[in-house]
Design a binder for this molecule. Structure first.
Ligand code: PA5
Length: 440
């Protein structure tokens, strides 16, 4: 697969012994025989599960709509976009933006308000020139507390900045359910432009809908390439026999090591600061989709693997002691770039202390690569399970491929665990208590 360099089955990993003495390779073979045709089983759930995300890479009218709306905002003088959204309505956008907003090739500013943190909103209002901002409120349900509170606060601030009501209305785009919900009603009443979040796509699977595409198009990301990367990945993966499909490999690896190998946490060890938010996006996808109290048939499940994000090389100096010598209960997925878009050589004085002379002739990128290899090899040497996903080049296509890989892997893992990966009943209780506190 050209867009991604995947090393999901090293010899050390495949030879790892499970609780019953079998090797991981033997267990993978057995799982493939016991659970054939997982993709067909997934698509058989159409209508019952929200599987619209499987078709998003093939595009549709919303892609053109996103490009047009983005252009309209830019043409009307918007130099930055304020985005209110949280969870699945923010993380994918933030991850792609952060990966592609590189020195020397900056994107148009996107300011994502994904919290009700008083400092965040105050700083944003200090910084933003509201008269030259667009405002995109994103909520599928149309009533999420954090999103709606931030949105109304920003609307008020725009009114306070002296903009006319008509001017403000022309700057607002509401991304929400196409048919129903509070935000849809408000948009109709206020004359705001709207973009749809399809009913058959859940929040954390929605990055390739208008949720991600409008802000990314505004920022200057080539959204068609994002989709074509996802499409290319899915097409290629589904041509392969199941055991060679990388999405199946990731699902099966996690599932077997978890239930038969005592691996209860999965770490994304990300090298390259721009890529770290990909880890945050994946953390939500894995945690919210797969940790469920009940199985599909209603029996007790209680499964769930803890996803962790580590930032290399910084976290080598904080978490790595735990990873090397703590309990052997984690799987390590290394993520990095094969090439750094901006990688100046280190500027060094002529005279360096002899002990540090080994850094001469390197760039920051080559130091980071060396740290990556050092940490990976040390973990392998310590007998820890490691796999790697590398972007030969960090661009929209490769990011699209990587995200579709993980959405497929998550859905397959749901089938293996026999849980519904598309609901999140556990999220609701805290929302109820929060609302009660605020109503009191
Ligand atoms: O994955 C999910 O469903 C959640 O993370 C939602 O995206 C998040 O709670 C925001 O919901 P909404 O878009 O309805 O405001």
């Amino acid at each position: 697969m050209d867009l991604l360099d995947l090393k999901l089955g090293s010899e050390a990993l495949l030879n790892r012994r499970l609780n019953d003495g079998r090797s991981l390779a033997e267990a993978l073979d057995a799982l493939n025989s016991a659970q054939p045709a997982l993709h067909e089983r997934l698509t058989a759930q159409r209508g019952k599960w929200p599987l619209g995300w499987l078709d998003l890479p093939w595009g549709g009218s919303w892609v053109e709509d996103c490009n047009e709306q983005a252009l309209r905002l830019i043409d009307s003088g918007c130099s930055a976009l304020l985005v209110c959204g949280i969870g699945g309505s923010a993380l994918g956008t933030q991850a792609v933006y952060s990966a592609l907003d590189q020195p020397g090739r900056p994107l148009r500013p996107l300011l994502v308000v994904d919290n009700v943190d008083p400092g965040q909103i105050a700083r944003l209002l200090e910084w933003a020139e509201l008269k030259s901002c667009g405002l995109n409120v994103i909520s599928k349900s149309g009533e999420t507390l954090e999103t709606m509170a931030a949105f109304f606060h920003l609307l008020q601030a725009m009114e306070g900045s002296g903009m006319s009501r008509e001017e403000i209305a022309s700057r607002v785009i509401a991304t929400t359910d196409p048919l129903q919900g509070l935000l849809r009603e408000l948009a109709g009443a206020q004359g705001w432009q709207t973009l749809p979040v399809p009913g058959d796509v859940g929040g954390r699977f929605s990055v390739f809908t208008s949720v991600g595409l409008l802000p990314l198009a505004f920022a200057g990301v080539d959204i068609e390439s994002l989709l074509s990367g996802a499409r290319e990945f899915q097409q290629e993966a589904l041509k392969l026999p199941q055991p060679e499909n990388p999405a199946w490999q990731l699902a099966a690896l996690h599932y077997i090591l978890h239930l038969q190998g005592g691996i209860s946490a999965t770490v994304q060890y990300v090298y390259g600061d721009g890529l770290v938010l990909l880890g945050d996006w994946l953390r939500q996808l894995w945690a919210e989709s797969l940790a469920k109290a009940t199985m599909v048939d209603g029996s007790d499940s209680g499964v769930g693997q803890t996803p962790v994000v580590a930032r290399g090389s910084t976290d080598q100096h904080s978490q790595n002691q735990l990873y090397m010598e703590g309990p052997d209960d984690k799987l390590y997925g290394f993520v990095t770039a094969g090439r750094w878009a901006h990688d100046p050589p280190l500027a060094l004085p002529e005279q360096l202390p002899e002990k540090l002379d080994y850094i001469r002739g390197h760039s920051f990128g080559s130091l980071l690569d060396a740290c990556y290899c050092g940490t990976r090899d040390a973990l392998v040497e310590a007998g820890r399970p490691v796999y790697e996903t590398t972007f030969p080049q960090v661009d929209a296509e490769a990011l699209g491929a990587w995200m579709q890989l993980w959405m497929l892997a998550t859905a397959y893992a749901g089938l293996l665990y026999n849980v519904n990966p598309f609901d999140q009943p556990g999220v609701e209780r805290s929302k109820v208590i929060t609302r009660e506190r605020l109503t009191r």
